[in-house]
Design a protein around this ligand. Structure first.
Ligand SMILES: *[C@@H]1O[C@H](CO)[C@@H](O)[C@H](O)[C@H]1NC(C)=O
Ligand SMILES: *[C@@H]1O[C@H](CO)[C@@H](O)[C@H](O)[C@H]1NC(C)=O
Ligand SMILES: *[C@@H]1O[C@H](CO)[C@@H](O)[C@H](O)[C@H]1NC(C)=O
Ligand SMILES: *[C@@H]1O[C@H](CO)[C@@H](O)[C@H](O)[C@H]1NC(C)=O
Ligand SMILES: *[C@@H]1O[C@H](CO)[C@@H](O)[C@H](O)[C@H]1NC(C)=O
Ligand SMILES: *[C@@H]1O[C@H](CO)[C@@H](O)[C@H](O)[C@H]1NC(C)=O
Ligand SMILES: *[C@@H]1O[C@H](CO)[C@@H](O)[C@H](O)[C@H]1NC(C)=O
Length: 563
């Protein structure tokens, strides 16, 4: 007996020693792992283990398919390896989202007939059905423009999953442009189509020219859509087809392509789900200056503007706060603990390439921002932004780069190519390397969440198994947070459809199961796939994949409890 107890004690000492050394080394870190072989110009997580990347059909990267350079790839998040994906039309500057049935749809694109194997992608609707194989074996993209296409040609268009699980498609340009939106598509359309396939004209898009490519749009908890383009913002009511004009962004700051800033919906909390939005970066350069008067050395804006979208909040207007540096093309990633990671971009210049008179190589932007910051929405004004403890990378992520939260809970960074083709000799080269930004919890013992139902109805309760590492399982009431997240679609410094909805949750007395309440209805969380993350203290679990709603094809009827 005595030597058995001794063995236990030794084991306990060994375990706590291991734990302490892990805790001591935990911190944020950039880890480079794998290369794609195409430019990850657009990115979307399509399953717990796979991301889809799209590129310009004529970039000419080393990943091959059918004897030519690929412009689509499946990225395996577990092996960090790419598989070329057969794409028919040109996905250059497209966007997309997941629908209510879990299918990924990519829309719009471009056409440079003489330089690639692609067909015209401007009316493209590319369909990637839910992929159950963890390595993507047998999962293909349906891309047949003759059979399925948009009503308008759209390059630089935005898209968003809305309350009925369809895609809303916003704005764009018909033809090639050097810089500004000189041939605009001032309309909205939907996939699957509404209104008999006739696009809806938008006064907002007409007013916000010529700096309104890739409008920043997000779904509000009542089903309406918040939009920012140039320095203007509105709330669009899809059902009534009306717009409500909101105050302009303060201080002349403009945030849509080619003056890219970004937009995020702050986490939505029960019981009231009051929407607050945050807009960061861009520039205060006038939209009336000719391109010849812009410079790669013009400082980018360091402004973050926040507004509460209630009558009182709108009356109060935008609240301004400053980042630690200016950022053109910042990326804003909502983390499972409710903070917003602000990363990437340049401290001077503009989006796109070969536009301004003093390009750096071919880039309109210079001075990459190499250190991310965190925005804490619940801290007081003036104390929300910090880069303390955050690492610095040496890989510039400028134009045509992407980022996404992954189901494991870290942040994927890929792409960057402020060049028309592969160019490895300029200052800002074509970037094929993939990186992860790991929050401290990636190297700590983490809570786990398992046994969730595959499908979660709105306004219902479900339970899951949890394990909580001993060092977190402290006190009478450990601080727990449960987040339901859409990981979004990344294109041109914007993550459309990304959101975090806090779920009410109760831990069982034995701390082995958790009772979770789903979102009240399909407007608070547009129906479709999501990931549930559990945070205990400051340590977050990996995300559990769920289908929120019925999983039916769009348009789906309203579900759950009305507000
Ligand atoms: C890169 O990813 C592979 C596959 O997951 C893994 O085996 C390897 O340890 C990773 N390397 C680094 C440096 O993280
Ligand atoms: C593309 O090819 C067509 C037909 O050969 C030609 O007329 C056109 O000028 C070319 N366009 C460009 C941009 O090279
Ligand atoms: C927004 O931009 C327009 C067009 O350049 C300008 O007339 C307007 O004054 C700007 N609004 C603000 C608040 O700066
Ligand atoms: C643009 O730059 C040119 C040359 O420096 C200058 O003459 C002109 O006044 C500038 N235009 C504007 C609108 O600032
Ligand atoms: C424009 O932005 C720059 C860079 O942040 C700043 O130095 C300048 O004061 C701003 N100008 C105005 C009028 O706000
Ligand atoms: C790379 O860009 C530079 C600057 O425009 C150009 O001189 C060079 O020819 C380009 N290289 C390739 C391979 O396109
Ligand atoms: C999802 O809906 C879209 C649009 O109707 C359709 O194209 C796709 O095939 C559907 N996928 C599944 C799995 O039902």
């Amino acid at each position: 007996m005595p030597h058995v107890r001794m063995a236990h004690t030794l084991l306990a000492v060994a375990l706590s020693y291991t734990l302490l050394s892990v805790v001591a080394s935990a911190g944020w870190e950039f880890v480079q792992n794998g290369t794609v072989g195409i430019v990850a110009l657009e990115a979307i997580i399509v399953s717990p283990t796979l991301a889809v990347f799209f590129d310009f059909a004529a970039t000419g990267g080393p990943l091959m398919i059918d004897g030519h350079s690929a412009w689509g790839a499946l990225w395996n998040l577990e092996t960090n390896e790419a598989t070329a994906l057969e794409v028919v039309s040109d996905t250059f500057c497209a966007s997309g989202a997941l629908l209510s049935n879990g299918t990924m749809v990519s829309v719009g694109g471009n056409f440079f007939a003489n330089s690639s194997s692609a067909t015209d992608g401007r009316m493209g609707v590319r369909i990637f059905e839910p992929c159950a194989n963890p390595d993507g074996v047998g999962c293909t993209l349906f891309d047949n423009p003759a059979l399925v296409h948009l009503a308008e040609t759209r390059w630089y268009t935005s898209s968003l999953r809305i309350f009925d699980g369809s895609l809303m498609i916003v704005g764009g340009i018909h033809e090639a442009t050097v810089f500004f939106n000189t041939d605009p598509v001032n309309s909205f359309e939907f996939f699957p189509s509404k209104d008999g396939g006739i696009p809806r004209p938008s006064a907002f898009l007409a007013r916000s020219l010529p700096v309104n490519l890739f409008p920043r749009v997000l779904a509000l908890p009542d089903g309406k859509v918040f939009m920012v383009a140039n320095n203007q913002s509105i709330i669009y009511d899809i059902e009534a087809n009306t717009e409500t004009i909101l105050p302009d962004l303060p201080n002349g700051v403009r945030v849509t392509n080619p003056f890219d800033g970004s937009l995020a919906l702050l986490p939505l909390s029960p019981p009231d789900y009051i929407p607050e939005v945050l807009v960061c970066g861009g520039t205060n350069t006038s939209d009336q200056l000719p391109l010849a008067n812009l410079s790669s050395q013009d400082p980018a804006s360091d402004q973050c503007s926040r507004i509460t979208l209630t009558p009182a909040g709108i009356k109060k207007g935008w609240e301004v706060e400053r980042m630690l540096e200016g950022r053109m093309m910042p990326e804003m990633i909502i983390l499972p603990n409710g903070q917003i990671l602000i990363t990437n971009g340049a401290q001077t210049g503009y989006a796109a390439f070969n536009g301004v008179p003093d390009v750096i190589g071919n880039s309109n932007a210079d001075h990459p921002a190499f250190t991310p910051s965190l925005y804490n929405p619940s801290a007081p004004l003036g104390h929300r932004i910090s880069n303390q403890g955050l690492p610095t990378t040496d890989i510039p992520r400028l134009y045509h780069s992407t980022t996404s939260l992954t189901p494991s809970g870290n942040v994927l960074l890929a792409g960057s190519n402020p060049n028309p083709n592969v160019n490895m000799t300029v200052k800002f080269t074509t970037e094929f390397r993939v990186q992860y930004l790991n929050p401290p919890y990636m190297s700590l013992p983490r809570p786990t969440l398992s046994g969730l139902p595959a499908k979660i109805a709105f306004n219902s309760k479900f339970s899951a198994h949890v394990t909580i590492p001993a060092h977190l399982n402290l006190g009478a009431h450990p601080a727990i947070q449960v987040a339901l997240m859409d990981l979004g679609f990344s294109s041109h410094s914007f993550h459309s459809s990304t959101r975090l909805v806090w779920l009410e949750a109760t831990l069982s007395p034995d701390r082995k199961t958790i009772q979770i309440s789903s979102p009240p209805n399909n407007r608070i969380y547009p129906p479709g796939p999501g990931y549930v993350f559990l945070t205990v203290g400051d340590t977050t679990s990996a995300g559990a994949h769920v289908m929120v709603g019925s999983g039916a094809s769009p348009p789906v009827p309203d579900q759950g409890r009305k507000f």
